[in-house]
Design a protein around this ligand. Structure first.
Ligand code: ARG
Length: 456
C-alpha cells in the first residue's frame, strides 16, 4: 500500500517487527465502524460520490460479517488491521476501495479506533465493578451484626462488623468506577480528520464524524490528536488502582481462609486442591488476583515508558500502546469477576470471627473511652489506667472484658462507686456511632445510601 517509491521489499525481520496485526486485529469492529462513518461524511461533503460511498459501506459490511464468522486473517505483509481491512475491501469491490483513505491517515485512524475501544472498555469495567459492588452489598446486609476483629498492623485492634468491612470495599469500587467514568469522558474527542499530523486540505465535517462515532466533539489540535495516548494511560491508571483494591481483598481472603484464622471457607467454585496433599483447599483465585495486580501495574508502567520523551507528532513507538492495554483489560476483567464470585459464594464463620474479636483485649479502648466519659479523666490518664487494666488481665490470664468488678474497681479509687461499662464486643461495635463508624445502625444507613446510588 505504500510501496510506490520502493524497489526492494522489507526483510523478514522488518516485516515481523512492523506487524501489529497479531494484536491490533482486536480493533476490527472499531476500524470498520469508523471507516463507514468517514466515507459517509466524505459523500455528504461531495468529496466522494454517493454511489462509491454506498459501495464502500456495503463492502465494509461484508468484511465485518466475514470477521464475525471466521476471525481476522493475519498477514504480516499487510502490517495492521487498517491495511488488512482495506486490502480485503479492494479484493471485494475493486479500485473504488482506494477512495476510502481520502483525507485520512492511519495515524488519525488508529488514534480513533483505539479511543473507541478504550471508551467501551471503560464502560465494561464500570459495569463489572457495579456487579462487584452489588455482591459486596448483599453480603454486608447479611453480616451487619457479624462481629470480627478489626486490625491495624494486622494486630487485633478493635472489633468491627463484617458488614462494615465489606462496605469499605464498596467505597473503593465506587471511586474506581468514577475513575473509569472520568477516563471515558476525557476520551470523548474524535481524532479522525487530523490526517497524518497537519490536518487535511479537504473540506471535512469533523463534527459529524465525531457525533456519529459517539464522541462529544473533534480533537482541537491535529499534532496532539495523532500522538496523544493519554486516554490509554488514563485507562491503565484507573485499572491499576482498581486492581490494587482487588488485590487487597484477595489478600484478606487468603489470610481469612488460612487455618490459624479460619474466618472463611471458600466455596468449591473458587478453590483448588493439591495433587499431593488431599486435605488442601487452596485460595488460588485470590492469589492470582493478587498477582494480576502486579502485572496490571506493569502494563501501566510499560506505556508510561513508551510515551516518555516522544517528540511530536506520530511515532511508531505508539503502536506498542495496545498490548499493555489489552493485557491489563483482560486481567482486570477476570480479577473483578473472580472477586465478585468469591464474595458471593464464601461461607463466613461467624463464631470463629466473634471468638477472635473478643480476644487480644480488643475492647481496651472502650474502657478508656468510658473512663473519659463516666469518670471525667483526661484521655491520656484514661489510656494509662487502661494499660494497668490490661496488665492485670494478662497476669490473671484473661481478657480485659473478663476482669471482675472488684479487679476493675481496685485499679483506682475513683471507680469505687461507678456503674461499670459493657466491655463486650457487641457493646463495643454498637457504640461506634460516629458517621462512617462500624455500629450496625450506621452500617445499615450506609447500605441504604449505597443501594440508592447503585439503583440510580
Ligand atoms: N499500526 C499503526 C499503529 O498502531 C498504525 C499507524 C501507522 N502509521 C504510520 N505512519 N506508519 O500505530
Amino acid at each position: 500500500m505504500w510501496g510506490g517509491r520502493f524497489s526492494g521489499g522489507p526483510s523478514a525481520v522488518m516485516r515481523e517487527i512492523n506487524a501489529s496485526i497479531p494484536f491490533d486485529k482486536r480493533l476490527w469492529r472499531q476500524d470498520i465502524r469508523a471507516s463507514k462513518v468517514h466515507v459517509a461524511m466524505l459523500a455528504a461533503q461531495g468529496i466522494v460520490s454517493e454511489e462509491d460511498a454506498a459501495t464502500i459501506r456495503e463492502g465494509l459490511g461484508r468484511i465485518a460479517a466475514e470477521y464475525e464468522a471466521d476471525g481476522v486473517p493475519e498477514n504480516f505483509d499487510l502490517e495492521d488491521i487498517h491495511m488488512t481491512v482495506e486490502a480485503r475491501l479492494t479484493e471485494l469491490i475493486g479500485p473504488v476501495a482506494g477512495r476510502l483513505h481520502t483525507a485520512r491517515s492511519r495515524n488519525d485512524q488508529v488514534a480513533t479506533d483505539f479511543r473507541l475501544w478504550v471508551r467501551e472498555a471503560c464502560e465494561e469495567m464500570e459495569a463489572g465493578l457495579a456487579a462487584f459492588q452489588r455482591a459486596l452489598l448483599a453480603r454486608a446486609e447479611e453480616h451487619t451484626d457479624t462481629v470480627m476483629p478489626g486490625f491495624t498492623h494486622l494486630q487485633a485492634a478493635q472489633p468491627v462488623t463484617l458488614g462494615h468491612h465489606m462496605m469499605a470495599y464498596y467505597e473503593m469500587a465506587k471511586r474506581d468506577r468514577s475513575r473509569f467514568a472520568d477516563a471515558r469522558a476525557r476520551a470523548a474527542e474524535c481524532p479522525l480528520g487530523s490526517a497524518a499530523l497537519a490536518g487535511t486540505s479537504f473540506d471535512l465535517d469533523r463534527d459529524r464524524t465525531a457525533g456519529e462515532l459517539g464522541f462529544a466533539h473533534p480533537t482541537a489540535n491535529s499534532l496532539d490528536a495523532v500522538s496523544d495516548r493519554d486516554f490509554a494511560l488514563d485507562y491503565l491508571m484507573a485499572a491499576t488502582t482498581a486492581s490494587l483494591h482487588l488485590s487487597r481483598l484477595a489478600e484478606e481472603f487468603v489470610i481469612w481462609a488460612s487455618q490459624p484464622f479460619g474466618f472463611v471457607k471458600l466455596s468449591d467454585a473458587y478453590s483448588t486442591g493439591s495433587s499431593i496433599m488431599p486435605q488442601k483447599r487452596n485460595p488460588d483465585a485470590a492469589e492470582l488476583v493478587r498477582g494480576h495486580a502486579g502485572r496490571i501495574a506493569g502494563c501501566m508502567q510499560a506505556l508510561v515508558m513508551v510515551m516518555k520523551g516522544l517528540p511530536l507528532a506520530y511515532a511508531k513507538d505508539t503502536q506498542d500502546d495496545k498490548p499493555p492495554v489489552f493485557e491489563a483489560h483482560d486481567l482486570l476483567a477476570l480479577s473483578i469477576a473472580a472477586m465478585t464470585g468469591m464474595v458471593e459464594t464464601s461461607d463466613f464463620r461467624r463464631e470463629r470471627m466473634r471468638d477472635l474479636a473478643a480476644g487480644g483485649h480488643s475492647t481496651a479502648t472502650d474502657f478508656a473511652d468510658w473512663l473519659v466519659r463516666a469518670i471525667g479523666l483526661p484521655f491520656r490518664e484514661a489510656h494509662h489506667l487502661t494499660g494497668a487494666a490490661v496488665k492485670l488481665a494478662e497476669e490473671k490470664g484473661c481478657d480485659i472484658s473478663e476482669l471482675d468488678d472488684a479487679s476493675l474497681r481496685g485499679l483506682d479509687p475513683r471507680l469505687a462507686e461507678a456503674q461499670l461499662p459493657d466491655l463486650s464486643v457487641e457493646g463495643s461495635v454498637a457504640s461506634r456511632m460516629s458517621y462512617g463508624g462500624t455500629a450496625p445502625a450506621r452500617v445499615r444507613e450506609a447500605i441504604a445510601r449505597a443501594r440508592k446510588e447503585l439503583d440510580q
